[in-house]
Design a protein around this ligand. Structure first.
Ligand code: ADP
Ligand code: MG
Length: 324
């Protein structure tokens, strides 16, 4: 069996060939041209019980996560969310009270993000519960993965790795789950903060050349920008923003650093911007009260290079990174 991206490229990308706004299935969402008005951006993500959330996670948080991971893809395209469709396939053991909590979670986030449910489908399954959300947003212009240019700087919002370590905490493999650090990390895993305002502002102010949201890990997702843009990214490990909770975990066990850099579920944005936009990005960070940290440069080549404090490139594989 081919991997996820090879399957998409071989079997599904040809089906998108006649839709220019599908971008060959290489971006965070697709664009449907507006009739003179703003373009519509559309994206879909699925959460599976046991794979994308823990079956015992509270239903309202699962619902909000299902919506938010899609809002994160809209943010990566610079689109403002408008509405969503919901497909819910419920496992046999799921009671109505779970659906009640799930709907209350959606209601809270609808108010928070100004979106409404537009339709969907509800079924039972003999397998694990599957939740699919299709989110729809609008944008006057969209942010692509393909616009990074040599000489641009690489920025990331917020902090990296909290969710990956939060999952490790929730699974009981990263120390005590009861202390405040652990609770903060686990909360970042259970309830992402999609950078909706940031994505829209980057797009509307014309500040970024390329963007992606970090769902699979900083290194992997920045790799998609590099591939789609035909460039490399040269990053400095000491510049990667880590929360104090992650820093303390890394001090306890250096292996947690690999988890932070290559683990998923951050839902921050990683984006590139020409150096002359640095002041405008600093102003935007202040406006949004959200750190935007320069972590490296776009250089010729094709991959993500991360340098340790001595400047030596570290290499990554599925299992993690090692020094050359
Ligand atoms: P993201 O992490 O941003 O949600 P994915 O890695 O899941 O994106 O998907 C990569 C691209 O492939 C996206 O453009 C997505 O729309 C597309 N894609 C993934 N699976 C399918 C599928 N089964 N059919 C059509 N397009 C797909
Ligand atoms: Mg994405």
């Amino acid at each position: 069996m081919l991997g996820e991206f090879e399957l998409i490229a071989r079997y599904f990308a040809p089906l998108a060939a006649d839709a220019p706004g599908a971008f060959g299935l290489t971006d965070d969402g697709a664009v449907l041209a507006g009739d003179g008005g703003p373009a519509r951006v559309i994206t879909l993500d699925t959460l599976l019980a046991g794979t994308h959330y823990l079956p015992q996670d509270p239903a309202d948080l699962v619902a909000r996560k299902a919506l938010r991971v899609n809002l994160s893809d809209l943010a990566a395209m610079g689109a403002r969310p408008e509405g969503y469709l919901l497909s819910l396939a419920l496992a046999p053991e799921v009671p109505e009270s779970w659906v009640d909590g799930f709907a209350r979670g959606l209601s809270a986030d609808q108010a928070h993000y100004g979106v409404a449910l537009l339709g969907g489908d509800t079924t039972r399954t003999s397998g694990p519960t599957a939740i699919s959300v299709t989110a729809i947003g609008t944008a006057d212009a969209v942010l692509r993965r393909s616009g990074a240019r040599v000489g641009d700087r690489v920025y990331v919002s917020g902090t990296i790795g909290d969710a990956a370590l939060g999952l490790a905490v929730a699974r009981g493999v990263a120390g005590d789950a009861g202390d405040p650090d652990s609770r903060a990390l686990a909360a970042r895993y259970r309830l992402p903060q999609p950078r909706v305002a940031l994505g829209a502002a980057l797009c509307e102010r014309g500040l970024a050349s390329a963007a992606i949201d970090i769902s699979d890990g900083l290194i992997a997702d920045l790799g998609h920008i590099c591939r789609q843009s035909g460039v490399a990214a040269d990053l400095a490990l000491p510049r990667i923003p880590l929360s104090t909770a992650v820093q303390r975990r890394v001090e306890m066990d250096a292996a947690h650093l690999r988890t932070a850099l290559t683990g998923g579920d951050d839902y921050e944005l990683v984006f590139t911007a020409p150096p002359e936009n640095a002041d405008a990005l600093a102003a935007l960070a202040r406006d949004l009260d959200l750190p935007l940290t320069g972590i490296g440069e776009v250089v010729p080549g094709g991959e993500v290079i991360l340098r340790d404090p001595e400047g030596r490139p570290m290499t990554f594989d599925h299992a993690g990174w090692t020094h050359f």
